[in-house]
Design a protein around this ligand. Sequence first.
Ligand SMILES: NC(=O)c1ccc[n+]([C@@H]2O[C@H](COP(=O)([O-])OP(=O)(O)OC[C@H]3O[C@@H](n4cnc5c(N)ncnc54)[C@H](O)[C@@H]3O)[C@@H](O)[C@H]2O)c1
Ligand SMILES: CC(=O)N[C@H]1[C@@H](OP(=O)(O)OP(=O)(O)OC[C@H]2O[C@@H](n3ccc(=O)[nH]c3=O)[C@H](O)[C@@H]2O)O[C@H](CO)[C@@H](O)[C@@H]1O
Length: 430
Amino acid sequence: MRIAVVALGKIGLPLAVQFASSGHDVIGVDVNQKAVDTINAGLEPFPGEAHLQEKLAELIPSGRLRATTDYAEAIPGADAVVLVAPVFVNDETWEPDFKYMDAATASLAEHLTAGTLVSYETTLPVGTTRNRWKPMIEAGSGLTEGVDFHLAYSPERVLTGRVFEDLRKYPKLIGALSPEGTRRAREFYEAVLQFDERSDLPRPNGVWDLGTTEASEMAKLAETTYRDVNIGLANQFGLFAAANGIDVYKVIEACNSQPYSHIHRPGIAVGGHCIPVYPRLYLSTDPDADIVRTARQLNASMPERLVAQAETLLGSLSGMTAVVLGAAYRGGVKETAFSGVFPTVQALRQRGADVRVHDPLYTDDELRALGLEPFAIGEAADVAVLQTDHADYRTLSPAQIPGVKLLLDGRAASDAALWAGTPRIVVGSA
Ligand SMILES: NC(=O)c1ccc[n+]([C@@H]2O[C@H](COP(=O)([O-])OP(=O)(O)OC[C@H]3O[C@@H](n4cnc5c(N)ncnc54)[C@H](O)[C@@H]3O)[C@@H](O)[C@H]2O)c1
Ligand SMILES: CC(=O)N[C@H]1[C@@H](OP(=O)(O)OP(=O)(O)OC[C@H]2O[C@@H](n3ccc(=O)[nH]c3=O)[C@H](O)[C@@H]2O)O[C@H](CO)[C@@H](O)[C@@H]1O
């Protein structure tokens, strides 16, 4: 097969590599010339994706994978095109921002030829494939969906850093606009993915047809919204527990000891590209979903609530030096998209604290480029706020932050024994 992958980012590039590794001819298209050049040199344009570099080093010289900025080179004659350019959400209005995918779709349509399967993998509001992409492609190409080309939606569910592993592990959800589209999508994904056996699924692991693009779009929004709402519930329980002298982690562990309870963990922030964003995409088509809105608002309010607790305990934060431990949105990843570091720093600064940030995965210059003042372990601070559950922080002790008067542990990740004798506020604990 000849396959084109549109957008070679943290998801698109590993996908292109996966398809080429399965023995197909793959061309990736991206508007970023530097990324395209780096890929064509056999080098990974971003770090952190397991096995990406070694696979690129094999596939680029073999000629089975190459990258271009030119849609005219990649799209005509392709058997399948997979699009995974981002769709964002406007921070203020919570409305979807389609500009990158609109541009990618217009370029695709301009060069599309008859016979191609077009599959969108970016997370989308329900109805987008049918109501937005289909008319745009038809108008731009002069071709008819279901006759000249077929349109499918197949959400990408992998976690960056372990894309190749997750592609084998998770069923590939699909939905198309016609039975022939479904057949083509199934045939395509079966040819480019290899699935691990899993005895816990109600059916053999593999391509999983949801019947319509809408159901397939909703599945991705539902599984991520579930996580946000679940964390929201954990945060609600955590606030109640802390106010009533209860350790919520003991409660959650006990509840989850039977198979019908899967309560997540409370935390200072829900960050990342996905979990704080997709509930808003969901709300854009189901504005009555108050349960989703409330959970999102509660999760977003956590940094302010916890910093306010620290202020109450210390009387005032004005003039104090505060260090936020962790810029990344979760432990072990070098990614700050929607990270809790930003609202936490803001809540501390608003109270007059001099705020600096430490993260073992970031250099001082990288932190400064994010608008964050760097801090080195060993320097003095009055308040420490543990924002990211990096492994390093589990062994951190007050002696490493001379003068520290309070640890605000937003991840319940610090060692109680090491911090005995120093006041601590632990999210979800009394
Ligand atoms: N990152 C994740 O963890 C994750 C997980 C599951 C699903 N997803 C989905 O994947 C999508 C992409 O995420 P990502 O992490 O790969 O993003 P990314 O920011 O790493 O990459 C996006 C790429 O799109 C390219 N691009 C933008 N406009 C383009 C255009 N008109 N034509 C061609 N290329 C264009 C950019 O140059 C960039 O290389 C997300 O929006 C999300 O829906 C992401
Ligand atoms: C495990 C999971 O479903 N991960 C999904 C998530 O990854 P993603 O990389 O976003 O990671 P997580 O879902 O684990 O974490 C998101 C945020 O929630 C916080 N957090 C997480 C768990 C918890 O119990 N309490 C808590 O506060 C984390 O610290 C982090 O800030 O979105 C991606 C994009 O859609 C999906 O591809 C991944 O499959």
